[in-house]
Design a protein. Structure first.
Length: 125
């Protein structure tokens, strides 16, 4: 019994601690700026969502991102209107709001969601 517990402990300690969560229901991952750009290029049909406020969005965004404000009371309703079969790329200013949005979007039944690590601030650097 102790050997089995020790083996489980060792195996769990050796697992990759990346922020990718691939489940039977899809892929949900926070990725670097380089991987974010690469995956968008590899998947030309995708949704790019800026979850910052409209005033933040007006100061600049990535490509032709659609603005769906995380702080809006309509966030869930607006996200729910989108095509759940397309990969979703999300970002905010630094990563906090988009991390929360990733969880919400996952619960709404999307299959593939990528969150930009470091947000728009990291993208600009």
């Amino acid at each position: 019994m102790i050997c089995m517990l020790f083996s489980i402990l060792i195996m769990s300690a050796c697992q990759d601690s990346s922020s990718e969560a691939q489940t039977s229901s899809g892929i949900f991952k926070t990725i670097s700026k380089v991987d974010f750009a690469k995956r968008m290029e590899e998947q030309p049909v995708h949704l790019l969502i800026d979850v910052r406020t409209p005033s933040e969005y007006a100061r600049g965004t990535i490509n032709t991102a659609k603005n769906v404000d995380w702080n809006s009371v309509n966030f869930e309703a607006e996200i729910s209107k989108l095509d759940k079969s397309k990969p979703v790329f999300i970002f905010c200013q630094k990563g906090g709001r988009s991390g929360k949005a990733l969880s919400k979007i996952k619960r709404l039944g999307f299959n593939e969601v990528y969150d930009l690590q470091g947000g728009y601030s990291g993208w600009e650097k």
